[in-house]
Design a protein around this ligand. Sequence first.
Ligand code: ATP
Ligand code: MG
Length: 180
Amino acid sequence: MKLKSIEISGFKSFADKTEIKFQNGITGIVGPNGSGKSNITEAIRWVMGEQSAKSLRGGKMPDVIFSGTETRKPLARASVTAIFDNTDHFLKSEFSEVMISRKLYRNGESQYQINRNDCRLRDILNLFIDTGLGKESFSIISQGRVESIFSSKPEDRRAIIEEVAGVLEYKQNKIKAENE
Ligand code: ATP
Ligand code: MG
């Protein structure tokens, strides 16, 4: 499985439709402060189903819609599309290429699609379930998060390592079973 490309339009600082293609190997995104590097990673988290506006540095979800500049009017809609190569069927889909998209309007109305068919948020989340890529995973680590990992208490840091290693789930089940 591999993220092949994303298309961002009206999301945060990306007012114009912007396509980013990821080649094989490691991709580095460089640019001055405030140029939108973090917004790209947030667009990826958002299209994968992120539901916390706060974790996207906003107060409410419509804050992700381009809010305008001195020379440009705000937009009415944010849209992000991501295309994954799924020839190894790592994502829970029979398709060898999976396109997911999410749109949000100022009135709060949203639309989710998988391979251009309307679907529910849950269907998007299900694609990534148990892949280690979904919500709360450590596949995308934001700036502030690095600091919080390093400055966390040893117990909390241990929980992070256990979650990455995939043992936290078993530990939680054990505690649950002991309490029953
Ligand atoms: P740094 O190097 O400091 O981490 P960065 O390249 O990661 O910077 P971002 O945080 O991705 O930059 O982008 C911040 C910019 O995005 C700011 O200029 C901010 O005004 C703009 N921005 C955020 N949300 C919106 C929005 N809804 N509409 C328009 N612009 C937005
Ligand atoms: Mg940044």
